[in-house]
Write a protein that binds this ligand. Structure first.
Ligand code: SAH
Length: 381
């Protein structure tokens, strides 16, 4: 493909390049003309994997209108910092200093000598109710874009990992989309999409209370019956792949085993999955360090039943509790396995000097490559 026919893409808040991988996967003829991020660790990883892409290690608000105009881009791919909008963050929204660069982009957009044809934004669930989102929509209307908002999790592509995120795709008028747009946020992909995925997961009926009694399932751990039910149903979705397809075979995984202290302290709070499971919870940046709410842990010895380990657990001495728990060989997913679940290709690697903790951190900030790749294609078509 001639250089002239390729879309010129600006990747803002580029991190480790999740957007760049999605662009490659979409097979849309394009090149990233500039990636911008201030984080030195993320930038080292980006450069390692995309050595020829111009990477600007500076703040977005440090770039002038002329700097942007010179790049002459057709598309913006961006994932602004999400902390101002997360449930556990303080929801500082537009008052949070981390939103400043995003508001700066919104200010620049109408002033560009030529507005980009396409814009894709990714953020956390919660962004849709923020003032930053209202400002974005207002700017897009003012600048003559048609757009669509989504809430999508990788599970809708048959990937056994939950990561519900907000997405917006925008197209400069007179361009229009190939699917019926809506003022409402679309949950999942529009009806016709994704064309090449396995299938649309069909809902299995929830077993009734009495059926559950018949199966004699014990509820263990600090989980509500509802949560447990949901997990069990997720494991029955045959259109979703099993975790085993994403695991590393030969890697020395012993170093990822949970230490005894962590086991004893968090046993009842951890989300435990097996290689045969068809689900895992969202991996966040504290994974591998904090256990609670940061991602699932893997039961690597499946000869023992999880439920038998937790049976009468409360009554055991600390020593016996530990003995029970150790049988499960609970371990963290490795950074490579998380990268697999997030759709990073096999040729994505970390430079030697990046610690495992740093790897978890940057992956936790990144995105599902397959989901974004589908959205890029949807935006272009
Ligand atoms: N999509 C990226 C991750 C985005 S996380 C990926 O695939 O990895 C948000 C990123 O924005 C972080 O890497 C952070 O360093 C960067 N960032 C935050 N504020 C910034 C600013 N003002 N200017 C440039 N980069 C910024």
């Amino acid at each position: 493909m001639e250089n002239m026919d390729r879309l010129r893409v600006l990747e803002l808040y580029s991190g480790i390049g999740g957007m760049h991988y999605a662009l490659k996967e979409s097979s849309v003829p394009a090149e990233v003309v500039a990636a911008v991020d201030v984080n030195t660790t993320a930038n080292e990883i980006y450069k390692h994997n995309f050595p020829t892409t111009p990477l600007l290690p500076k703040t977005i608000e440090g770039m002038t209108l002329q700097d942007f105009d010179k790049l002459n881009f057709d598309m913006i791919l961006m994932s602004p910092p999400c902390q101002p909008f997360t449930r556990i963050g303080l929801q500082g929204d537009i008052a949070d200093p981390r939103t400043k660069s995003f508001l700066y982009i919104l200010e620049l957009l109408p002033r560009l000598s030529e507005r980009p044809r396409f814009i894709l934004l990714e953020n956390v669930k919660g962004f849709e109710t923020s003032a930053a989102r209202d400002a974005l929509l207002e700017t897009l209307r003012e600048c003559d874009y048609s757009f669509q908002e989504f809430l999508i999790s990788p599970t809708s592509l048959g990937i056994p990992n939950s990561r519900l995120r907000y997405f917006l795709i925008a197209k400069r008028l007179p361009g229009s989309f190939s699917f019926p747009t809506s003022a409402e946020i679309i949950e999942g992909f529009p009806m016709s999409e994704p064309p090449d995925s396995l299938a649309v997961p069909h809902n299995h009926p929830t077993p009734s209370e009495s059926e559950r009694e018949k199966t004699g399932t014990i509820i263990f751990k600090l989980e509500t019956e509802q949560e447990l039910e949901k997990k069990r149903n997720q494991d029955k979705q045959e259109t979703v792949q099993r975790l085993q397809d994403f695991l590393q075979k030969e890697e020395d995984v012993d170093r990822y085993l949970l230490p005894p202290k962590t086991l004893l302290r968090y046993a009842l709070l951890m989300d435990v999955v097996q290689p045969s499971s068809r689900r895992s919870v969202c991996f966040t940046k504290g994974y591998g360090h904090y256990v609670e709410g940061t991602g699932s842990v893997l039961q690597s010895c499946v000869d023992v039943e999880l439920e038998s380990v937790f049976k009468n657990f409360e009554l055991l001495s600390e020593e016996d509790k530990l003995k029970q728990l150790l049988q499960l060989k609970l371990r963290y997913f490795t950074p490579r396995e998380i990268a697999n679940l997030m759709g990073f290709p096999a040729d994505f690697t970390f430079p030697k000097q990046i610690s495992v903790k740093q790897q978890y951190r940057v992956l936790g900030n990144s995105l599902n490559v397959h989901v974004v790749s589908h959205l890029i294609r949807l935006m272009i078509s």
